[in-house]
Design a protein around this ligand. Structure first.
Ligand code: SAM
Length: 209
C-alpha cells in the first residue's frame, strides 16, 4: 500500500465490526468485494442523496450492499442481483445480523434477465459490479431505471490496472470490454460521467436526461 493510501486508511475511523468481519470473510474465501475505500464512498453517496431506492448488479457476500444499506434512510430498499446462491446465502446471513434483511431483496437470476424486465423506475443509484463483459449492456438497461440526477456507479473501471496499459494481442475479453465500456460510459449522451482513481477505478455518472 502506498504511503498516501496508508495515511488515508489510518485517518478514517474503522468500519463497524460486522463490515470488518464480512470484509475478512471475503478475503479469506477469495470472494471479490469492493475495496474498503469504495465501500466508504458508496456510503457517503447514499447519505448525501438520502438514497432509498438502489439497484446493485453483483452481490457476492453483500459487502458493498451492506455499506449502502447501513447508510440508507430508515425506509429504503436495495434490490441486489447475483446468480451465485451459495454466495448470496452468506450475504443474507449478514443482512439478518445487521438488521437489514427487510430492506434488501436478493434476486438470484442472470443480471441481464433481471434488468430486461426490471419493473422499478426512479432509482437513486444503480451500482454495477458483475460480469465485466456485460457492463455496457447493464448500463444501457440501467439508465432508464434511474431518476434524473440519479447516479450509476461502476466498480473495476481499471480492471486491476490492465485497462490503463497499452493494448496487447493477449488482452483478456474482460480487459477489452472494460476499455470499450469506459469510452462508452464517459461519452454517453444521457450521463455526466467521470472515473475516479479510487479502488480499482470507480465510475460515477449522473443521469442528465
Ligand atoms: C465482484 S462480485 C460482487 C461484489 C460485491 N459488489 C461486493 O463488493 O461485495 C461479482 C458478482 O457478480 C456475480 N455475477 C457475475 N456475472 C453475473 C451475471 N451475469 N448475473 C448475475 N450475477 C453475476 C458473481 O456471481 C459475483 O458474485
Amino acid at each position: 500500500m502506498s504511503d498516501i493510501l496508508q495515511y488515508l486508511e489510518e485517518v478514517h475511523p474503522q468500519p463497524p465490526p460486522l463490515l470488518l468481519e464480512l470484509e475478512q470473510r471475503g478475503h479469506d474465501d477469495g470472494v471479490p468485494i469492493v475495496s474498503r475505500e469504495v465501500g466508504r464512498f458508496l456510503a457517503t453517496l447514499v447519505h448525501a442523496m438520502q438514497a432509498n431506492r438502489i439497484l446493485e448488479v453483483g452481490t457476492a457476500y453483500g459487502y458493498s450492499t451492506l455499506w449502502m444499506a447501513l447508510a440508507q434512510p430508515p425506509v429504503g430498499t436495495i434490490w441486489t442481483i447475483d446468480v451465485d446462491v451459495a454466495r448470496t446465502d452468506v450475504a443474507r446471513s449478514y443482512f439478518e445480523r445487521a438488521g437489514e434483511a427487510e430492506s434488501i431483496e436478493v434476486l438470484n437470476q442472470p443480471a441481464l434477465e433481471v434488468l430486461e424486465n426490471f419493473p422499478q423506475r426512479n432509482l437513486d443509484i444503480v451500482f454495477i459490479d458483475a460480469d465485466k463483459r456485460e457492463y455496457r449492456a447493464y448500463l444501457d438497461l440501467a439508465i432508464p431505471t434511474l431518476k434524473r440526477s440519479g447516479l450509476v456507479i461502476v466498480d473495476n473501471c481499471l480492471w486491476h490496472g490492465n485497462a490503463a496499459q497499452s493494448e496487447r494481442p493477449d488482452d483478456t475479453p474482460e480487459t477489452k470490454a472494460i476499455r470499450d465500456f469506459n469510452r462508452y460510459f464517459l461519452s454517453h449522451p444521457d450521463l455526466a460521467a467521470t472515473i475516479l482513481p479510487l479502488g480499482d477505478g470507480t465510475g460515477i455518472g449522473a443521469r442528465v436526461r
